[in-house]
Design a binder for this molecule. Structure first.
Ligand SMILES: Nc1ncnc2c1ncn2[C@@H]1O[C@H](COP(=O)(O)OP(=O)(O)OP(=O)(O)O)[C@@H](O)[C@H]1O
Length: 206
C-alpha cells in the first residue's frame, strides 16, 4: 500500500492563514471527501497537493518522495489527475481533441475509454459546447481514465450535475479507488459524503 502524507502543512495568503499544521495520511484504494464550510480552504488544500499552489510551510510526500521534487511533467502525467466542477475541457474543440490533449491515442483506445462512461463513437467528433453537463463530465472521466494517475483530485465534481449523473461520477471514482488510486474529493455534497470511505473535516485542523 502507498501513502500520500501531509506533514505540518500550512498555507497563508499575506497575513491570512487558510490552514495551519495539517497532518494527514491518505491511503491508496480509498476515497476521501474533504469537507468544511465555504472559504475554509478545501480547494487551496487540494491545489497544494496538486502543485497548483505552493505551501507556506510543511511537506507533501507520496511514499518517501516529496512531491515537489518530482519533475512537473512526470508529476502531472503519472501522479496527479484532476476532475473539476466545470469539467476543464476546451469548449470549441471536439471530444477527440480534448482526449488527445496530453498525448495522441489511437481512435480505438479513445472509443474504449469513452464507452466505459456510456458514450458511443459518435461523440468523438462532437464539440464540447454541444454536450450536456453530464456528458461533458463523462468526457472528463474518460480523459482521467486515459491518463491513469496515482492520485485523483476532484473539486466539487458533482456540483453542476443532477443526482443520476452525480452518482455516475461517484461510481466511476469508486472504481478508480478500487483499482488502487487515492481519490480526494473537495465537496459540500451529501451524496458524495455518503459515498466515500472517510470524511476529512478541514476545520478539525484549525
Ligand atoms: N490566490 C488567493 N489569494 C488570496 N486569497 C485566496 C486565494 N485563493 C484562495 N484564497 C482565500 O483562501 C480562503 C480559502 O479558499 P478556498 O477556495 O480554498 O475555500 P473552499 O473551502 O474551497 O471554499 P468553497 O467551498 O466556497 O469552494 C478563502 O478565504 C479565499 O478567499
Amino acid at each position: 500500500m502507498s501513502y500520500l502524507k501531509l506533514s505540518g502543512c500550512s498555507k497563508s495568503f499575506d497575513q491570512y492563514h487558510v490552514f495551519r499544521n495539517v497532518n494527514y495520511q491518505f491511503e491508496t484504494g480509498k476515497m476521501y471527501a474533504l469537507v468544511g464550510p465555504s472559504g475554509s480552504g478545501k480547494t487551496t488544500l487540494l491545489n497544494s497537493v496538486g502543485r497548483l499552489e505552493k505551501l507556506t510551510s510543511g511537506s507533501i510526500s507520496f511514499d518517501d518522495t516529496d512531491i515537489k521534487t518530482i519533475p512537473s511533467l512526470k508529476c502531472f502525467r503519472r501522479y496527479i489527475g484532476y476532475l473539476f466542477q466545470n469539467y476543464a475541457l476546451v469548449d470549441e474543440e471536439t471530444v477527440a481533441q480534448n482526449l488527445n490533449i496530453v498525448k495522441h491515442y489511437r481512435t480505438n483506445v479513445l472509443q474504449e475509454h469513452l464507452s466505459k462512461y456510456g458514450l458511443d463513437d459518435t461523440y468523438l467528433t462532437r464539440k464540447i459546447f454541444t454536450l450536456s453537463g453530464g456528458e461533458a463530465q463523462r468526457v472528463a472521466l474518460a480523459r482521467l481514465s486515459l491518463q491513469d494517475p496515482l492520485i485523483v483530485l476532484a473539486d466539487e465534481p458533482t456540483g453542476a450535475l443532477d443526482h443520476a449523473n452525480g452518482q455516475l461520477v461517484l461510481d466511476s471514482l469508486r472504481e478508480m479507488a478500487n483499482s488502487g488510486k487515492i481519490v480526494i474529493i473537495a465537496t459540500h455534497d451529501d451524496q458524495v459524503k455518503a459515498a466515500v470511505d472517510e470524511c476529512v473535516r478541514i476545520t478539525d485542523f484549525k
